[in-house]
Design a protein around this ligand. Structure first.
Ligand code: PLP
Length: 449
């Protein structure tokens, strides 16, 4: 059945005729056809090879075509492709056990969804029913998904066309020292002022009206900002004081991306912070089959122990997706993939990107952890004017990107940033090769500007 789908020219032509793409003006699109992929490499329709520094959309945490994950999907497909959510299925049960074994604290109950946005939708619904309150607080510098509520919870400009007051979302500023909204000069000062700001937003919104605070464990698409040491513990304390549910969105930062299992595990100097609900997707199964979910604390689980939870999805806990999760998580355990991601950041990506920052006048800051890094590109280091506007591009950004692609590197870009987010299994040599290409692309684009 699939033989006719292998021709790259036909794939491109049919794409342009029939496929409507996300977040894009459709007329000008010229998508790269990917015909093959393995580990940290992909090949296009002309047979050109690229290093994938994007993990696609930051989800192929084990790289492409990992044999254990492929085999698990094939084995599950041959045995039992699908069952409805109401039945019990061994693969789903095992996936839930494995997720719960790595989520912090008592987040031991798992509701599976199809992806990250619906995980956040359900987490917020649970928080609203648990508290009997409606309002949700989230940060401006965030992305939480593309569905109605999730895109309203999102702070970045992708929210604007779908902004709706009825969503009941109020935004606040999280900590971000490089572009501090609080005029702070140290991480500690930024942390303290960001917490005072949140406290004030809670006070003025009315603590008794707020169901949840939603935060990414480490904000991802908005710029990979590892929170200051004590920030998440401070948010936890504010939530506890006012009976607000703390939701950690670990869709991008979870499952080893940061060099720990979850972004919240870095908090408080590595002691971690336990949210009430934790949402995940992407890396949970390396994105081989769509899967997301909500890990639920005992206290919130108790709310729905005898009262029915009013929500569900046809494909909640789909066996093919759960088979991919079982194989992914076991591979991560067996091969110390999280440790490898930490080492990749400590030994190669961190030092390499810092060296790049010293050489290139356009690099304002590099920051990150594990296999989760952002390179902030600015016109002028003193003014920090971004190299491209929020939600847009510029000839200079396009030149950097084009230069990477010409030289065989696929980076992840948003606005004026390049995110270095390769598979966690990327070898040090591959990572160094990718950094060299980025270095050359920056040099060439700067010289041409
Ligand atoms: N939350 C975060 C932090 C994300 O990065 C994303 C996607 O990039 C989402 C939620 C939405 O996930 P999905 O696209 O699977 O709905």
């Amino acid at each position: 059945d699939l033989a006719t789908t292998l021709d790259p020219e036909r794939a491109h032509a049919l794409d342009r005729a029939h496929v409507f793409h996300s977040w894009s003006a459709q007329a000008a699109l010229d998508p790269m056809v990917i015909t093959r992929a393995e580990g940290s490499r992909v090949w296009d329709g002309q047979g050109r090879e690229y290093l994938d520094f994007s993990s696609q959309l930051v989800f192929t945490n084990l790289g492409h075509q990992h044999p254990r994950v492929v085999a698990a999907i094939q084995e599950q497909a041959a045995r039992l492709c699908t069952v409805a959510p109401a039945f019990a299925n061994g693969t789903r049960s095992e996936a839930a056990r494995l997720v719960a074994s790595h989520t912090p604290g008592d987040l031991d109950h798992v509701f599976f969804t199809n992806g990250g946005a619906d995980a956040n939708e359900h987490a917020i619904r649970m928080a609203r029913l648990h508290t009997g309150r409606h309002k949700v607080l989230s940060t401006y510098r965030s992305y939480h998904g593309g569905t109605h509520l999730a895109v309203n919870v999102t702070g970045d400009p992708r929210r604007w066309p779908s902004d709706h007051a009825s969503a009941g979302v109020v935004h606040f500023f999280g900590p971000f020292l490089y572009r501090s909204p609080f005029h702070a000069t140290t991480e500690a000062e930024e942390c303290q002022r960001a917490l005072e700001h949140l406290e004030q937003v809670v006070a003025f919104e009315g603590p008794g009206t707020i169901a949840a605070v939603v935060l990414e464990g480490i904000p991802g698409t908005a710029g990979v900002m590892v929170p200051p040491r004590d920030y998440l513990a401070g948010v936890r304390e504010i939530c506890d004081r006012y009976g607000i549910v703390m939701i950690a969105d670990e869709v991008m930062s979870g499952f080893g991306r940061s060099g720990r299992w979850f972004g919240v595990d870095h908090a408080s100097g590595g002691a971690g912070v336990v949210p009430d609900l934790l949402t995940f997707a992407k890396g949970v199964n390396s994105g081989y089959v769509p899967l997301g979910g909500v890990a639920i604390s005992d206290a919130i689980f108790a709310t729905f122990a005898h009262d029915r939870y009013p929500g569900g999805l046809t494909y909640s806990g789909h066996p093919l997706a759960c088979a991919a999760a079982v194989a992914t998580i076991r591979t991560m355990e067996d091969d110390d993939v999280v440790g490898r991601a930490a080492a990749l950041g400590d030994d190669v990506l961190g030092p390499g990107l810092r060296a790049l920052a010293e050489r290139h006048p356009w690099v304002g800051e590099v920051r990150g952890t594990g296999a989760f890094w952002a390179v902030e590109l600015v016109r002028d280091r003193a003014t920090k004017e971004p190299l491209a506007p929020a939600g847009g591009s510029s000839p200079e950004m396009a030149a950097v990107l084009g230069g990477c692609k010409e030289r065989g590197l696929l980076p992840f870009t948003t606005d004026h940033r390049i995110h270095v987010v390769p598979p966690l299994t990327t070898t040090p040599d591959e990572a160094r090769a990718g950094l060299r290409i980025l270095d050359e692309a920056l040099t060439a684009a700067h010289a041409a500007a």
